[in-house]
Design a protein around this ligand. Structure first.
Ligand code: NDP
Ligand code: 8X3
Length: 252
């Protein structure tokens, strides 16, 4: 039996790149996201290329009942999950605090914070039953510093950082590794979503410097799962070479 990795937000960006990376390494993959057509396409593509099984598990991480139902009804041969990658997430808007949209704040907090908590709580019993597991949470450089007009997106990622730290402490006694990955600017669909589908505005974010690719981030995530059993990479920040942190860039 191959090991099993469960990836939320696998329809795009880091999640999709992780799916390919782990399939290449011989993992069976549970792929989640809301866009079912993309999940189906990814399954077909990966099963053709790699000798692995792929299980699409469409649900919205914000919907607590949906999350628990999907995990509780996993077939028996999909329950021995070794790795959970809590990747589903988004930013909406780039507005001053006083001008920002409260509905967008709700969506970010519901997805990035509560969604991550629901999925973790649903999947954890399957790891506890094995007395081992590895949870990887996608934070951000925005989890380490706040930047102008980043307000609630940054707050949601600060929460991911805090949750990762407390999960690590509380799950020590169960032999569960917890790794938080904090990428800087990576060109995925992230900015397209942030700017509500405005491709020009999204593209402009990456002008004058070379951003990370989804594969750069997937490589690092995969690496964190390859260290010896007694080793855990707790916290890892990965940036383009032209980005120092959430604020400082050297653009040409
Ligand atoms: P993408 O927009 O390319 O991918 C986001 C993924 O999240 C999609 O697969 C989307 O799937 C999924 N998703 C969003 N909302 C939900 C939901 N409610 N339920 C289930 N899935 C959902 O962005 P990235 O790959 O760049 O981002 C992945 C993670 O990395 C996010 O947490 C983001 O905050 C973080 N990050 C991104 C950085 C960047 O510069 N790109 C830098 C640092 C961190 P679907 O729409 O099909 O549901
Ligand atoms: C995504 C990176 O700098 O847009 O988390 O916050 S940033």
């Amino acid at each position: 039996m191959n090991k099993i990795v469960f990836i939320t937000g696998a329809t795009s960006g880091f999640g999709a790149a992780c799916a390919v990376q782990f399939a290449e390494a011989g993992y069976d993959i549970i792929i989640n996201g809301r866009r079912e057509d993309r999940l189906k396409h990814l399954k077909k593509d990966m099963e053709q290329k790699f000798a692995v099984r792929v299980l699409p598990l469409p649900f919205d991480v914000r919907k607590r009942q949906e999350v628990f139902k999907a995990v509780h009804t996993l077939p028996d041969d999909w329950r021995n999950i070794s790795i959970l990658i809590n990747n589903a997430g988004l930013a909406l808007g780039r507005d001053f605090f006083d001008e920002a949209d409260i509905d967008e704040w709700d969506t970010m907090l519901d997805t990035n914070v509560k969604g991550l908590l629901y999925v973790s709580k649903a999947v954890l019993p399957l790891m506890l039953a094995q007395n081992k597991g590895h949870i990887i949470n996608l934070g951000s450089v925005a989890a380490k510093e706040v930047y102008e007009r980043g307000n609630v997106y940054c707050a949601s990622k600060f929460a991911v950082d805090a949750i990762s730290k407390s999960m690590r402490i509380d799950l020590l006694r169960h032999n569960i590794k917890v790794t938080a990955i904090h990428p800087g600017a990576a060109e995925t669909e992230f900015s397209l979503v942030r700017f509500n589908g405005d491709a020009d505005q999204a593209h402009a974010v990456y002008n004058d410097f070379k951003p990370l690719t989804a594969k750069d981030v997937a490589d690092v995530i995969y690496y964190c799962t390859t260290v010896p059993e007694h080793v855990c990479i707790n916290d890892l920040v990965i940036c383009p070479v032209q980005q120092a942190d959430a604020v400082y860039f050297h653009k040409k």
